[in-house]
Design a binder for this molecule. Structure first.
Ligand code: ACM
Length: 650
């Protein structure tokens, strides 16, 4: 009984696998015969300054195994680290570690405390249930990251994300060795940090949803302990409606302004031509910069709507006087002033693609949402860069799409070695137009774990099948960090049934996939006040159930056919009461009927009647458009069977 919960994970002992199920996959792994038993007496011997880290490690080990850990007299894991490294995690610091496990004990050696932290996370992923209890395989791991900047950007402006959301996501980031939390703190929909100097920001620009300065410092410290840097972003001169709702005097056109409740690119823009704007920004940036230990400070700079600039006689006169022919030139002027302010407070500027103008200060980091081409241009000009194009989690694309996207592919692949060094890594971006504090975990995890692997692991780790197998396991391990991407699923569905058993609703949810920003923005009028509590919000972006059924349909072994038959039969009788899901539910039943029919033809070897396969494919084509803002992924395994039938009939 002791291992019942863990056994449900169907985790195979690593020893019978060619490689352990780790994510990110380490640079070098060598499995050996044997294993280390994980017992309640598990003890870590480490430098006392690592006490908080090792306590967290033991708490996670206890969670994962259910073992009441009471460390015994003999160390199970000995940590060797002579030099702690910098107190605050530093870009490019040594994060390497070497982990050796045999049947007598484990040894983790690292040149810095950061390396220790990374190695402890690997150890936790190695623990599996074995024949005699939990165990870790005998192994030698020699690991280090490929890129030094591996982050997640979280937009807390469009939807408010309270402190516990940030904390648990930092724990999950640490579990997959991500090391930068990019905190998008100000946008049109809210300015989210308390300011002592400009209190109207929290009074008029936040709906009361802001982090106190104590909370900001707490998060910076919480992240530091997990060896994660925190890079704040205050988007300017565009995307600043909320700020201008509080201080309209710095806008390029007379206000008043109100907090935006919808999504898009809006006109309110800081006035780049008035000294008062820079006096204000100097004071605000000075105050905000003092809250963050990181030497990098993000000024946004994306998507500036220049309508107010074009319509202002005084701004146009200023532009003419200073030979600023275009709005881009005006933004470049603004950036260089802001950049000097940022530098005055000891920080280096980070900005989105749009800040790349002639005259940009050397050392600036360009974060590219436009792609590898833009990143290559910046790198050739001597700027360091981060890739975020292809890592937009809000599009709810399949993990394999993100996994195939490498910072050094396409235009960046042809950079010379020196320019390639300037590509620091990347960040997954979690924009939150259609994501609330309740749904954000399932939009980030587990997909971000595969992006973490892309940025940590050797470039050659590209096999999607291996990625999915490892991600499925790590997704479950992430439960023990506190993120709720899996545990909130059922309660969200049960809310829709009014607390009744979910039955058919869960069957439908298991084979549906939520759509991302493109579909949702066209589906209905959303604002920040529209609740995100529907079926689409509960459903994850990618169906694990369907992935398994697709594998079964491709295999078509006898057990696989049985698995498919059971699933299809369930689909034919699915019933849901939620009004907007009736079509989806009917479509699922139709998928089940077609699937059962296809299985019958395949089993008997009897050819399907002429035109039958084409007709079924046509029916499935009719299910392609999103319905209730979700895609019915259930059709995919059925299509695989239809293709097999068509081939067999030929
Ligand atoms: C962006 O997506 N506008 C950075």
């Amino acid at each position: 009984m002791k291992f019942a919960a863990a056994c449900c994970l169907i985790v195979l002992p690593h020893a019978i696998l060619a490689q352990p199920l780790l994510m990110p996959i380490p640079a070098n792994v060598g499995l050996r015969p044997g294993h280390l038993a994980i017992a309640s007496s598990f003890k870590v011997l480490a430098d006392p300054r690592l006490h908080a880290s090792t306590e967290r490690f033991l708490a996670r080990l206890a969670g994962q195994t259910g073992l009441p850990i009471v460390p015994g007299p003999t160390p199970t894991l000995t940590v060797e680290c002579r030099d702690p490294g910098p107190a605050y995690p530093t870009l490019g610091e040594d994060e390497s570690y070497v982990l050796d496990i045999d049947d007598r004990g484990a040894r983790l050696a690292a040149p810095t405390f950061t390396g220790v932290q990374r190695g402890l996370e690997t150890f936790l992923q190695l623990v599996v249930p074995g024949a005699g209890g939990f165990e870790a395989p005998a192994i030698h791991i020699d690991d280090k990251p490929r890129f030094p900047w591996r982050g997640i950007m979280l937009d807390v402006s469009r939807h408010w994300m309270p402190v516990p959301v940030i904390e648990r996501n930092l724990d999950a980031m640490a579990a997959v060795k991500m090391n930068v939390f990019h905190w998008h703190l100000a946008d049109d929909q809210g300015f989210r940090v308390e300011s002592m100097r400009f209190p109207k920001l929290q009074q008029l620009a936040s709906d009361g949803h802001f982090y106190t300065q104590t909370e900001v410092r707490h998060i910076v410290e919480y992240a530091r302990e997990r060896r994660i840097r925190v890079v704040p972003e205050f988007d300017m001169p565009g995307h600043s409606t909320a700020l201008l709702a509080a201080y309209p005097e710095f806008a390029s056109a007379p206000g008043p302004y109100t907090i935006e409740r919808t999504w898009g690119i809006f006109q309110p823009t800081l006035d780049p031509t008035r000294e008062e704007t820079y006096t204000f920004l100097d004071s605000l940036i000075g105050e905000m910069a003092s809250l963050f230990a990181d030497p990098y400070f993000h000024i946004g700079g994306d998507e500036v709507d220049d309508t107010q600039w074009k319509n202002s006689a005084s701004i146009q006169a200023f532009a003419k006087q200073h030979n600023l022919a275009t709005s881009d030139d005006l933004q470049a002027w603004f950036n260089s002033r802001v950049q000097r302010i940022v530098a005055k407070y000891g920080k280096t500027t980070v900005g989105w693609d749009e800040v790349l103008h002639p005259g940009l200060a050397p050392g600036t980091v360009i974060q590219s949402w436009r792609g590898q081409d833009a990143l290559a241009v910046a790198a050739r000009k001597g700027f360091r860069g981060l890739l975020s194009f292809g890592y937009y989690l809000d599009h709810l694309q399949p993990t394999s799409f993100h996994y195939a996207n490498d910072p050094l592919t396409g235009a960046t692949a042809s950079l010379d070695a020196e320019a390639a060094q300037r590509i620091l890594g990347g960040e997954a971006c979690m924009w939150t137009e259609y994501t609330s504090a309740e749904t954000v975990d399932s939009r980030i995890w587990p997909r971000a774990a595969a992006i973490a692997e892309r940025l940590w692991s050797p470039a050659g780790a590209t096999d999607p099948a291996s990625m999915y197998a490892r991600m499925e396991r790590v997704s479950r391990l992430l439960d023990w960090t506190g993120v709720k991407h899996r545990t909130d699923y059922l309660p969200q569905l049960e809310r829709l049934t009014g607390g009744a058993p979910t039955g058919g609703l869960q069957a439908l949810a298991d084979v549906s996939e939520a759509t991302g920003i493109e579909v949702r923005r066209d589906a209905r009028k959303y604002t920040s006040l529209v609740p995100l509590n529907r079926f689409v919000d509960a459903v994850p972006p990618e169906s694990e159930t369907v992935r398994h059924l697709e594998a079964a349909a491709s295999t078509r072994s006898e057990p696989a056919m049985e698995e498919l038959r059971a699933a299809f039969t369930g689909w034919t009788i699915n019933r849901v009461t939620v009004a907007e899901l009736q079509t989806l539910s009917t479509n699922l039943a139709v998928c089940g009927v077609i699937g059962l029919e296809a299985l019958r033809y395949l089993k008997t070897g009897k050819p399907a009647p002429a035109g039958w396969v084409a007709k079924q494919n046509q029916t499935l084509d009719g299910m392609k458009p999103p319905c209730a803002e979700v895609m019915l992924a259930a059709s995919r395994p059925v299509r695989i069977l239809l293709t097999a039938l068509a081939t067999a009939n030929r």
